[in-house]
Design a binder for this molecule. Structure first.
Ligand code: AMP
Length: 365
C-alpha cells in the first residue's frame, strides 16, 4: 500500500499551513496554490503562485497531486470542476456552493439537515422589508461575499431600515430573526465520506467581529453540548462529509440554533493541536485521504487566544511570563492591525482568568 500521497492545497494562509504541517508529519508531500509567494504555507510546502480562479494553474496542481483540498470556501467551484479528476476532490464542490451562498446554506440546514436555524426569508429588494414587524429584531445579511460581520445590518428600529433598504437594493440578502443567545459556540466535525468524528463544543468570543478567544469545553449544560454535537454530526452525515467542517451555533438558555457552516478547519478549532489527541488538521488530512477516523479525546480544558497584528508585543510578554503557553506564529511578514498573526493555546481550568490580548482596550484599529 502506498502510504505517501501528494496533496494539493488551494489557499496558503494559516489554515493551509497547519493542514500542510499535519500532512507532512504523516509522510505526505504538499503543493500549495496561492497568489502570494511568501504566504504562510510557503514556509512548509512547494508553491504554485497563481490566483485561485486561474484554471491553467489549478489544472497544473491537479496534474501533480493525488488529492486536492481547499483552506477556504471562496474558491471558484466552476474552475475546480473543470480541472479535477474523478475522486480527486473528496470534499466536492457542492459543499463549496452551499457555503458560498447564505440562501443555499440556510435552505440546506433547515430543509435537508433538518436542524434549527433562526427564522429567515430571502430578500431581493427593499420592497421585501416593507411591513416588517418591528416588535422583533433582525439581521440582514448579503447572500454572498459577506464575512466577519461585513455586509450585515442589524434592524432594531425604523431608523435602521434606511441602511437595511440600501443593502437590500444592492445585493440579494437573507433576513434572519435576531437570536438572543447566551453564548456563541462551534463544533468541529471531520468525515471520510462514510464515518464522522466530532470534537468537543467550543465557546467563542469575538471583538469587533473577529474571533478573540475560544474556551473548551464550552460552559454550557451537558444536555445542550450533546445537542450541539448531535446537530453537527447530522449536518456532516447529510453532506457525506470528507475532511473537516466547522458548524457555528448560538446557545440560548435551552436550545441550539445553527448560524453557519465553514467547510474547512476553523480558527475556533486551533486549540485541538495541543489539547486533543488529534487536531482538526490531522482529521482533515485523514478524512480527505479516506483513512479511518479516531474518536477525539480532549486532554484537559483549554483556552485559545488569537494574536492579531496589534497584539504581537502582548503575546511575546504573555509567553515570557507563562512558559506553558503554546505560541503559534504563522510567519506573516507584516503585522497589520486586525491581521491574524498567530495564536496562543493554554491549558486552563479557570477560563475567566485567561485575559484576551485586546481586553480593556476600547477600540483596536
Ligand atoms: P456571521 O457572519 O453570520 O457569522 O455573523 C457575524 C456575527 O453576527 C455572529 O458571530 C453573531 O455575533 C452575529 N449574528 C449573526 N447572525 C445573528 C442572528 N441571527 N442573531 C444574533 N446575532 C447574529
Amino acid at each position: 500500500m502506498n502510504l505517501t500521497k501528494t496533496i494539493g492545497i488551494i489557499g496558503g494562509g494559516q489554515l493551509g499551513q497547519m493542514m500542510a504541517i499535519s500532512a507532512i508529519y504523516m509522510g505526505h508531500k504538499v503543493i500549495t496554490l496561492d497568489p502570494a509567494r511568501d504566504c504562510p504555507a510557503s514556509r512548509v510546502s512547494e508553491m504554485i503562485v497563481a490566483s485561485y480562479d486561474d484554471v491553467a494553474a489549478l489544472g497544473q496542481l491537479a496534474e501533480r497531486c493525488d488529492v486536492l483540498t481547499y483552506e477556504f470556501e471562496n474558491v471558484n467551484a466552476d474552475a475546480l470542476d473543470a480541472v479535477v479528476k474523478e475522486g480527486q476532490l473528496p470534499q466536492g464542490t457542492d459543499l463549496l456552493r452551499i457555503s458560498q451562498n447564505r440562501i443555499f446554506e440556510k435552505d440546506f440546514l433547515a430543509k435537508k439537515a433538518d436542524v434549527s436555524v433562526a427564522p429567515y426569508k430571502v430578500v431581493t429588494s427593499s420592497l421585501d422589508l416593507e411591513n416588517l414587524d418591528l416588535s422583533k429584531r433582525y439581521v440582514l445579511k448579503t447572500a454572498t461575499g459577506g464575512y466577519d460581520g461585513h455586509g450585515q445590518v442589524v434592524i432594531t428600529s425604523q431608523e435602521d431600515l434606511a441602511a437595511a433598504s440600501q443593502l437590500a437594493n444592492s445585493a440579494e440578502c437573507v433576513l434572519e430573526e435576531f437570536v438572543d443567545f447566551d453564548l456563541e459556540i462551534s463544533v468541529i466535525v471531520s468525515g471520510n465520506g462514510k464515518d464522522v468524528t466530532v470534537f468537543p463544543v467550543q465557546e467563542n468570543s469575538h471583538r469587533h467581529n473577529i474571533l478573540s478567544k475560544t474556551i473548551v469545553p464550552a460552559r454550557i449544560s451537558e444536555a445542550l453540548a450533546q445537542k450541539a454535537q448531535a446537530m453537527a454530526l447530522r449536518i456532516a452525515q447529510e453532506l457525506s462529509l470528507s475532511g473537516t467542517l466547522c458548524v457555528e451555533m448560538f446557545a440560548t438558555a435551552d436550545d441550539i440554533i445553527i448560524n453557519e457552516i465553514a467547510p474547512r478547519p476553523h480558527n475556533s478549532g486551533h486549540y485541538s493541536i495541543e489539547a486533543c489527541d488529534f487536531s482538526q488538521f490531522d482529521t482533515h488530512i485523514l478524512g480527505i485521504l479516506d483513512q479511518p477516523l479516531p474518536p477525539i479525546k480532549l486532554h484537559a480544558p483549554a483556552v485559545m487566544l488569537n494574536v492579531l497584528g496589534q497584539h504581537m508585543e502582548k503575546a511575546a510578554q504573555y509567553v515570557a511570563e507563562n512558559p506553558s503557553a503554546h505560541l503559534h506564529l504563522y510567519g506573516k511578514l507584516e503585522a497589520k492591525p486586525n491581521r491574524k498573526m498567530g495564536h496562543v493555546t493554554v491549558f486552563a481550568e479557570e477560563a475567566d482568568k485567561v485575559r484576551e490580548f485586546g481586553e480593556g482596550v476600547d477600540y483596536e484599529s
